[in-house]
Design a protein around this ligand. Structure first.
Ligand SMILES: *[C@@H]1O[C@H](CO)[C@@H](O)[C@H](O)[C@H]1NC(C)=O
Ligand SMILES: *[C@@H]1O[C@H](CO)[C@@H](O)[C@H](O)[C@H]1NC(C)=O
Ligand SMILES: *[C@@H]1O[C@H](CO)[C@@H](O)[C@H](O)[C@H]1NC(C)=O
Ligand SMILES: *[C@@H]1O[C@H](CO)[C@@H](O)[C@H](O)[C@H]1NC(C)=O
Ligand SMILES: *[C@@H]1O[C@H](CO)[C@@H](O)[C@H](O)[C@H]1NC(C)=O
Ligand SMILES: *[C@@H]1O[C@H](CO)[C@@H](O)[C@H](O)[C@H]1NC(C)=O
Ligand SMILES: *[C@@H]1O[C@H](CO)[C@@H](O)[C@H](O)[C@H]1NC(C)=O
Length: 338
């Protein structure tokens, strides 16, 4: 209640001075049903429509000396607040690159366990399409050789899915991470991949959002958990150019969840925070693409990383995630409402 009053006051001040004044730390958090079956981290999370989102793959809690990478796919229904298990991914994937186009779900690569090791993940190029009506996964080929990635910044425009950067591999023992700057697209109608100009710098675990035909890659990291970045890169789909020099994030973060509300791209939580005992960032900040400025919003109710945001209306849903830098998956699920 107090927060609402405060934000109204700031809104009024904003109108009076006719400049944009962002209400500090406005918005609220609400818990919903925890993920059923098992806690989850490093999964994909995507909106199918205004009432349904899906979580794809990821890792279960630490057991037998590893974090098991899984095939589990579940859908969450907003009206019923229920999780339902649906047909599994054709292969276990963590950090899948996932998107929705024309009512179908696409997974374009991700990271998977290397056969003889529990402590090394390599990218796969395997691509799949899921039909939610039939509950069936179909193989649709592979990403071009040399461009396989997991944890890319994924976004959609029209019938095209864009994959920016990500990880070619990661060694869980020494945190040697194969961050890339490659930029690839897939048109689900023509079924063609395209090689696009490299990102200005390598990034994985970045925030992402598409606004007005510009793809934004916000923060993230390069070559390891603690090498977090505050950069904002934008790719203009019309001029086919990357721009740099945009307002940096107030706090460098990687592994946050992101979602677009209006002209703003929210980047929420993350890891690599040297100021918290858990190494997890509570910050919830949004980049306004219209003004090239950042605003701060209500901190995460339970700070998490290693998950994805699902923006629906003026909310960003955040299913599960890790409670400690690197690990500790939870089933806790909540949404931020602007
Ligand atoms: C979610 O995790 C909590 C804490 O570990 C556990 O008590 C609860 O049973 C779990 N809920 C579901 C739906 O699995
Ligand atoms: C959203 O998707 C779910 C799952 O396929 C479906 O049951 C539901 O009818 C859809 N809702 C709308 C409004 O299209
Ligand atoms: C852990 O390993 C044991 C022995 O190999 C096996 O029986 C068990 O199913 C494994 N547990 C999980 C969760 O994979
Ligand atoms: C995993 O990636 C590493 C580094 O690129 C490579 O040396 C290795 O051969 C790959 N392993 C498999 C099983 O693909
Ligand atoms: C991962 O890192 C450890 C420690 O540096 C090293 O011993 C191991 O060989 C690495 N694994 C691979 C597959 O490169
Ligand atoms: C990141 O930094 C923290 C704090 O200095 C340290 O405890 C942690 O081991 C580092 N993580 C990695 C993966 O290097
Ligand atoms: C989904 O909700 C938004 C408003 O939040 C609305 O503009 C849009 O038309 C809705 N889409 C569908 C398919 O109902």
């Amino acid at each position: 209640m107090f927060l609402h009053t405060l934000s109204t006051l700031f809104l009024l001040l904003g109108l009076i001075s006719s400049t944009t004044i962002l209400a500090p730390h406005s918005g609220s958090w609400t818990a919903i049903a925890p993920i059923a079956l098992q806690p989850r981290q490093e999964h994909g999370a995507i909106k199918l429509n205004n009432t349904t989102f899906y979580i794809l793959g990821g890792i279960y809690p630490f057991t037998n000396s590893t974090y098991p990478t899984v095939t589990t796919v579940q859908k969450y229904s907003l009206p019923t607040n229920l999780w339902t298990t649906v047909a599994p991914l054709p292969l276990p994937l963590n950090h899948p690159n996932s998107a929705v186009v024309n009512g179908k779900i696409y997974v374009l690569g991700g990271l998977t366990t290397v056969a003889d090791s529990t402590t090394f993940w390599n990218a796969t190029g395997a691509c799949f399409e899921y039909d939610p009506t039939l509950d069936v996964w179909t193989s649709i080929g592979e990403l071009p050789k040399g461009r396989w990635t997991g944890s890319a910044a994924v976004s959609v425009s029209g019938s095209t899915v864009y994959l920016a950067g990500g990880l070619a591999n990661t060694n869980l023992t020494d945190d040697e991470e194969g961050t890339i700057s490659l930029f690839t697209s897939y048109d689900v109608v023509t079924k063609r991949f395209a090689v696009l100009p490299d990102m200005p710098e390598p990034r994985d675990h970045a925030g992402v959002g598409m606004v007005d035909n510009k793809l934004y890659v916000l923060g993230g990291r390069a070559y390891g958990h603690n090498n977090t970045k505050d950069t904002v890169f934008a790719y203009d789909l019309e001029s086919n150019c990357w721009s740099t020099g945009l307002a940096p994030m107030p706090i460098a973060r990687g592994g946050g969840a992101s979602g677009v509300i209006g002209t703003q791209i929210f980047v929420i939580g993350g890891e690599g925070d040297q100021d918290t005992a858990s190494g997890v960032s509570p910050q919830n900040q949004a980049y306004d693409t219209a003004t090239n400025t950042w605003g701060s919003y209500a901190s995460m109710d339970i700070p998490r990383h290693g998950t994805a945001g699902v923006a629906i209306g003026d909310r960003v849903y955040i299913p599960g995630g890790g409670l400690h830098e690197g690990g500790l998956p939870t089933n806790y699920t909540s949404y931020f409402q602007l």
